[in-house]
Design a protein around this ligand. Structure first.
Ligand code: AMP
Length: 136
């Protein structure tokens, strides 16, 4: 079944579109955390970021700063977060890759983050980085 974002891209569901290219669309989030909360979405539907094809990934990389500049100019915000969730356990509700651009105009609005930093022992870092490099 097509994702709700694919249905928006197909024109079956309305949206407040702010940007469109051959491979990417951006529109306002329907339940914004702050004014200007925007979603940047590859037109080709896939669930997770790591499944993206290179052309869609490149198009997203081009679109994100461009749309972010426009959101900042339109809202007057100077701080913002980029959020990209993968998997229900990581708070992904719509199984179609999307980046949130979330202005942070003041402490009350925008994204709240619970960040509990751990520690990285040098030997663990060496081993883990080696495993990741070997998987590239
Ligand atoms: P996530 O939890 O990262 O999957 O976020 C999904 C986002 O999609 C939420 O912020 C929703 O408010 C937003 N959303 C869901 N349906 C629509 C829609 N029809 N138009 C715009 N945004 C939507």
């Amino acid at each position: 079944m097509a994702s709700i974002f694919s249905r928006i891209i197909a024109g079956e569901i309305p949206c407040h579109r702010v940007y469109e290219s051959a491979l990417v669309i951006a529109f306002l989030d329907i339940a914004p955390l702050s004014p200007g909360h925007t979603l940047v979405v590859p037109k080709r539907e896939c669930e997770f970021l790591h499944q993206l094809d290179d052309a869609s990934a490149a198009a997203l990389g081009e679109a994100l700063p461009r749309v972010a500049r426009a959101v900042l100019a339109a809202t007057g915000a100077t701080a913002y977060n980029i959020l990209q969730n993968n998997g229900a356990a990581a708070h992904q509700a719509v199984p179609h890759v999307h980046f949130h651009i979330i202005p942070k105009p003041n402490p009350e609005l925008g994204l709240g983050i619970g960040w509990k930093p751990g520690t990285l022992a040098a030997p663990d870092g060496t081993a883990l980085a080696e495993r990741i490099r070997a998987s590239l």
